[in-house]
Design a protein around this ligand. Structure first.
Ligand code: FAD
Length: 348
């Protein structure tokens, strides 16, 4: 059973098929989304391919004559990715069942049982490829319940137009926060940026291999130790693209640092000064979406799930694709091969 048909789940499915398993019979893929595209189908209208990071091709996509490198950058990424994944699923006949929400995975003594809205499946192995979109993270700040304005998380962001004429506090130090600040400029009355730590701008305009490897190593160490996963941007830094450099120069992309608390209509800074705000945009990231795995008791004392090379340390029948060091489209792709090989060995 594969739970999730995003980049990670589809990549595992491709390699299982190549390894001789039959789709829809030996392998069943369940996905909660109404359409193809994994989390990309839910992203906001203004997001374009390449405006965050590179989106890597799925394995076998070039054989179909498709590549994200040559995909349309003028249309919303959510539409383009959805269309490419749809073609991919058809071409490789992956037979994803959707929309199906998996509610629990349990151990029935002889195997694993995957429970979902339409019934249950008994299986020898589960590949969890659910990523994070359904588990937005909201940090706690004193006064947050008193705040009377609009609050939106990245997962709920639709368009800058929703903030027209408002004074907006953008919270978070990653690419989403930066993208929102750029989109809101000249639409919102004013933006104020708050980050917990100083923003680590790189001198380069793209991610160099060294920072990418350091971020993956930090994710891998936390994942192996069963700790909560660190944020990706804390490991990579933010590439100083031309657009970002210009935003810094005109004072838009300059963080005010962490704030102390919120009032009904204001943000209060550590020195006691306050700014009136109408809305908060929480670009504060996500946590792994693993609620449905709770019956398996995988949570470690350190707060996370111990996963080494995509396999649960507590249960070798449980695989995690796109988790920790595999969290990006390139990581998710690599996960496909590594995990499929291990699943094939397990079920042989
Ligand atoms: P997803 O695409 O999220 O797929 C997970 C699937 O699991 C979904 O289809 C979901 O419906 C399904 N699912 C979840 N829970 C359940 C359940 N209980 N039952 C059934 N189905 C379930 N990475 C890049 O490489 N390049 C980028 O430019 C980039 N931009 C990003 C922008 C944003 C705003 C965010 C949040 C992330 C971005 N990423 C980017 C990282 C992103 O996580 C990966 O690109 C990739 O989409 C992850 O693929 P995935 O298959 O792991 O997850």
């Amino acid at each position: 059973m594969i739970i999730g048909a995003g980049q990670a789940g589809l990549s595992v499915a491709y390699h299982l098929k190549r390894g001789g398993l039959r789709m829809g019979e030996d392998v069943v893929i369940l996905d909660r989304g109404p359409a193809e595209g994994g989390a990309w189908q839910h992203r906001w209208e203004a997001l374009r391919l390449g405006s965050a990071h590179r989106v890597n091709d799925l394995p076998g996509m070039r054989e179909m004559g498709l590549s994200f490198d040559t995909a349309d950058r003028d249309r919303p990424a959510r539409d383009v990715v959805r269309e490419y994944y749809r073609e991919y699923e058809r071409f490789y006949d992956l037979r994803v069942l959707r929309p199906v929400v998996v509610t629990a995975v349990q151990d029935d003594g002889s195997g694993l049982v995957v429970r979902h809205e339409r019934g249950e499946h008994h299986t020898a192995a589960v590949v969890n490829a659910t990523d994070t979109w359904g588990a937005p993270y909201l940090p706690y700040y004193p006064g947050v319940r008193r705040f009377a304005g609009i609050q939106t998380h990245t997962a709920g962001y639709r368009s800058a137009e929703d903030f027209r004429g408002l004074r907006v506090l953008v919270v978070g130090g990653g690419t989403s926060a930066i993208g929102f600040l750029l989109e809101l400029e000249n639409v919102a009355e004013r933006t104020i940026w708050s980050t917990r730590r100083p923003v680590d701008y790189l001198e380069r305009s793209d991610l160099d291999l060294e920072s990418a490897l350091a971020a993956v190593a930090a994710q891998d160490a936390a994942s192996r130790a069963g700790e909560t996963l660190p944020s990706i941007v804390s490991g990579t830094g933010v590439p100083r693209t031309e657009r970002i450099a210009a935003g810094i120069d005109r004072g838009l992309l300059v963080s005010r640092g962490p704030f102390a608390e919120l009032e009904e209509h204001a943000v209060v800074w550590p020195d006691g000064s306050r700014d009136a705000i109408d809305a908060i945009l929480w670009a504060t990231g996500f946590r792994p979406e693993v609620r449905h795995l709770a019956p398996l008791g995988l949570r470690e004392r350190a707060g996370g799930i111990a996963v080494t090379l995509g396999v649960s340390e507590r249960d070798p029948r449980l695989f995690f694709a796109g988790y920790g060091p595999q969290a990006s489209t390139i990581g998710a792709n690599r996960a496909g091969k590594v995990i499929a090989r291990q699943v094939l060995r397990l079920v042989a």
